[in-house]
Design a protein around this ligand. Structure first.
Ligand SMILES: [Zn+2]
Length: 471
């Protein structure tokens, strides 16, 4: 009896409140005035994007061979999005016309419409081309493709999208295609020293790509490389070169290849691995060598004041939880660590590392909203609650204009939703929310990399132009 009265009461209560509540929930944060105000302000903040892979214009991976010659088309844009990581898109064949490719490819989206790897691309089609990709017609697709092809005939398109439409002032570029060249292809580019391949240096034959090889670098610079001691000198020389050429940080993607647990190893143990092919080493000897070198990279990171961007989370997931790095982080207090991708899916773990080791650990949400928009929101909510807001940065992590635009817009959206929700819940003033938004999109990177202040250009009111316009 009492139970049924309680049920009845609960029902009446729910009936009274459910309708307005569900309306608000269905409308979502993005339809609120608070969100719109915050979003407009954060859109206007010139962003410092801490991570991309923007190849030189002539070598963009989205370039595709077509009957009309080599160019970037819609197939190239999707092929070079994250979408294809778990959902194949019909490949473009040399004999394809747009219509023949699209007749196959348009069916390739049906299983992944809700995925963030699909949805982060959509703002680019909507905002740059006025096309709603969810409802695209064949005719619109053909028109979209033509306009993409036309845009990429001139690299001004990249300039316009990156610096104006996406409002990016400076962009860190990870040149995994030419790690030790320290070349600069774009005026907004900030150089990154990719050290991933350096742990593999037990033997020259470990490098199939000369661009990855410290042996090739040593040869070019007339340095001997016959012992571990020699190698440690070559490493110093590489760091000097990186620093001289203007690199501002290190980057490792070893989480794709091996465990993020790097043990402290003696030099004697590491020496056993030097001069031998990995095929002739035991797994333990390989690990000892790599671990020793990685610890040395952390020391050099501190010595040369090059903060260390480390890929954590989604990669080789058996061993890519950022908690694996905690001993290394603790033992290297002078090294500034930047934990990439928020450690997805271990965003809470990443947060507690920043909470405990905040004086030398930063968290970078690069790529995270594209892995899962909801996880991105959860991460921003939790991080802002668990450690200071000047420890979070962001990046787009793409290799063409549309990807960079989509990722940037998706990121701003995710962050602004979280800020608006905190304001509407009464947990943050709007003024403070805007200050946090500015920090994450821009100011935190300038605080950690003060040398970038000399590279800022937007306040001059000038536009960045390509050195020579391509016809
Ligand atoms: Zn990346």
């Amino acid at each position: 009896m009492r139970r049924s009265i309680r049920c009845l009461f609960a029902f009446v209560w729910l009936a009274a409140f459910w309708v307005p509540f569900s309306d608000a929930a269905a409308q979502g944060t993005r339809s609120t005035e608070t969100y719109k105000r915050i979003k407009a302000q954060i859109d206007a903040v010139p962003a410092i994007d801490t991570h991309d892979h923007l190849w030189p214009f002539e070598r963009l991976p989205a370039l595709t061979d077509t009957a009309d010659g080599k160019g970037v088309n819609l197939a190239g844009i999707w092929r070079n999005s994250y979408y294809t990581w778990y959902n194949p898109i019909s490949p473009w064949q040399a004999s394809d016309t747009f219509d023949s490719w699209w007749s196959r490819a348009k069916h390739d989206f049906r299983n992944a419409r809700a995925t963030s790897f699909y949805r982060y691309q959509l703002p680019a089609f909507q905002d740059l081309y006025g096309v709603d990709f969810d409802r695209i017609t064949d005719e619109q697709a053909r028109g979209l493709n033509q306009r993409i092809v036309a845009h990429y005939k001139d690299q001004r398109w990249l300039y316009e999208v990156v610096t104006e439409r996406a409002n990016i002032e400076l962009m860190f570029n990870d040149p995994y295609w030419a790690r030790f060249d320290f070349a600069q292809s774009y005026p907004w580019e900030v150089k990154v020293f990719n050290v991933t391949s350096l742990v593999r240096a037990s033997h020259p034959s470990e490098y199939t790509n000369p661009a990855d090889s410290p042996y090739v670098f040593a040869q070019k610079h007339g340095l001997a490389l016959d012992s571990l001691d020699d190698y440690l000198k070559v490493l110093e020389r590489l760091f000097t070169a990186a620093k001289d050429q203007g690199a501002v940080c290190l980057k490792s993607t070893l989480a794709y290849e091996r465990s993020l647990r790097f043990e402290r190893v003696t030099k004697e143990a590491a020496e056993k691995g030097f001069g031998k092919r990995r095929a002739n080493l035991s797994p333990q000897e390989i690990k000892d060598f790599e671990d020793f070198i990685f610890w040395r990279l952390c020391e050099l990171s501190a010595k040369y004041e090059l903060p260390f961007q480390i890929h954590t989370g989604q990669a080789r997931i058996q061993t890519s939880n950022p908690m694996n790095l905690v001993d290394l982080i603790e033992a290297n207090p002078k090294t500034k660590f930047i934990l990439f991708h928020g450690g997805f899916p271990w965003v809470g773990e990443t947060g507690v590392i920043a909470q405990k080791h905040g004086f030398h650990v930063w968290v970078d949400s690069v790529w995270l909203p594209m892995l899962s928009y909801s996880m991105g929101k959860r991460a921003f909510h939790e991080w802002l609650e668990s450690f200071p807001s000047n420890r979070i940065m962001w990046g787009a992590d793409c290799n063409h204009a549309e990807g960079i635009y989509g990722a940037t817009e998706y990121h701003r959206r995710c962050l602004c939703e979280v800020l608006a929700e905190k304001v509407m819940a009464g947990d943050l003033t709007e003024e403070h929310a805007l200050a946090i938004g500015r920090q994450i999109m821009r100011e935190n990177a300038l605080e950690l990399f003060p040398q970038l202040k000399d590279r800022l250009w937007k306040h001059t009111g000038k536009k960045l132009e390509p050195p020579v316009a391509r016809k």
